[in-house]
Design a protein around this ligand. Structure first.
Ligand code: AN7
Length: 385
């Protein structure tokens, strides 16, 4: 592909210790999560890239890859930003992440994460997943010729996603319990020296791919919106998108950044509890919601998401399963956009807080509706179909 490589280092988000590029996930000093600190190019980079293809690697100078010959891509990113027209005096857009190769935003992260796995010399990759991460990892591992191990909460993954992971040839390990149990299991597995590169959102490189959503929205709108609504599960995506906007600001491309609003499902809303309560993070023991993708009680990235929301002047809110499925059907029937329940939570949150808003709003719908056709029986139960 040519062009300058993305110079970077890793930094602990808790104690600030710094590390060179390495396949590590936690700080050796304090155990905190790491983030990538890029040496940002000049703002003119956004002029230089204008003629390039719309995909994640359009922004390659802003991504932490040292060897371009290791890049693994399925042409992810470049997703539609669909206008919903004038809406209560607001200008409203939906970012349709279901357009990605495996049908979710995870592909933006996996193209970078799996490229790093190849660069670091791994031949195995692993993750725990509520479904979409496993589908995406399986596809990128297949593309790269790596072996993929996916740890799934037994009986709790939407059928379309399980189907994808099997089709792409991942080894599937079912864990009795929740996603949080599956994540603990895979973390122990890799710590015990299984030789696999862990690609959950504790991986700082994966989140770098996901920040490109912010760059795309900026280019598609010609500016940044006033508000961005994002569904929150493990809380990696909202953190990544926020980082993208902050980098646009640091490159002097924008003066102000959007307000970030995190939406959780009512039965799996530890960040909403923290926001509404005493500001102390407490995991939810038995998370429950129809939106299986975000049925997560102990989001590993809670610190990063908390910073994103508080630094941006935003907030967290929760929506009920009934609100989620009604929002899902409204997006489909009024606007022709079919998304999965977790993604519809962002739209449900927007509808709930619509009177607080002013200006331009982007709603991030994270995954395709075809992933989870079994939700049909819940629509039926709710008397919606
Ligand atoms: C459609 O696949 O956690 O807050 O293991 O699939 O970054 O976790 C999926 C999460 C939102 C939440 N929407 O994003 C997994 C997994 C959809 C998702 C989220 C997920 P994060």
């Amino acid at each position: 592909m040519g062009g300058r490589i993305g110079k970077h280092k890793l930094r602990c988000i808790v104690c600030g210790s710094e590390y060179g590029p390495a396949p590590i996930h936690w700080c050796g000093e304090c155990g905190g999560l790491l983030e990538v600190v890029m040496e940002l190019p000049k703002r003119s980079i956004f002029v230089k890239i204008r003629g390039r293809r719309w995909f994640v690697w359009r922004y390659r100078e802003l991504l932490p890859v040292d060897r371009e010959d290791c890049i693994v891509s399925l042409y992810e990113g470049g997703t539609r930003l669909l206008g919903l027209g004038e809406f209560n005096g607001l200008s409203v857009y939906v970012k349709v992440e279901g357009d990605n190769p495996t049908g979710s935003f995870k592909d933006r992260g996996m193209t970078v994460g799996v490229s790093k796995a190849v660069e670091f010399g791994f031949n195995k990759v692993a993750c725990a997943s509520t479904g979409n991460t496993s589908a995406s990892l399986a596809a990128y591992a297949a593309r790269a010729g790596l072996e993929a191990f996916v740890f799934l909460p037994r009986g709790k993954v939407a059928r379309g996603k399980l189907f994808q992971a099997i089709a792409y040839g991942a080894k599937i390990i079912e864990v009795d319990g929740s996603f949080d149990d599956a994540l603990r299991t895979v973390v122990n597995h890799v710590k015990e020296g299984a030789g696999a590169y862990l690609l959950n959102s504790v991986n700082p490189y994966r989140l770098e791919g996901q920040k490109t959503l912010a760059y795309e929205v900026y280019e598609q709108l010609g500016s940044v919106p006033d508000y961005v609504f994002v569904p929150v599960g493990n809380a990696g995506n909202i953190s990544a998108i926020w980082k993208g906007f902050k980098e646009l600001r640091d490159m002097d491309l924008i003066d102000s950044v959007p307000v970030m609003v995190g939406v959780q499902a009512r039965g799996a809303a530890p960040l909403v509890d923290m926001y509404r309560g005493d500001g102390v993070f407490r995991p939810v023991e038995n998370p429950e919601t129809i939106a299986t993708a975000i049925r997560i009680g102990n989001p590993v990235n809670w610190r990063k998401a908390w910073s994103a929301v508080s630094e941006s002047g935003g907030w967290f809110l929760s929506v009920s399963d009934g609100e989620i499925v009604r929002a899902q059907l409204e997006l489909a029937r009024r606007f022709g956009i079919l998304v999965e329940p977790a993604s519809a939570s962002a739209y449900a949150g927007f509808l709930k807080d619509i009177d607080k808003l002013d200006g331009t709003v982007v709603i991030v719908t994270t995954g395709h509706g075809l992933k989870d056709p079994d939700v049909l029986s819940y629509w039926d139960l709710q008397g919606l179909v």
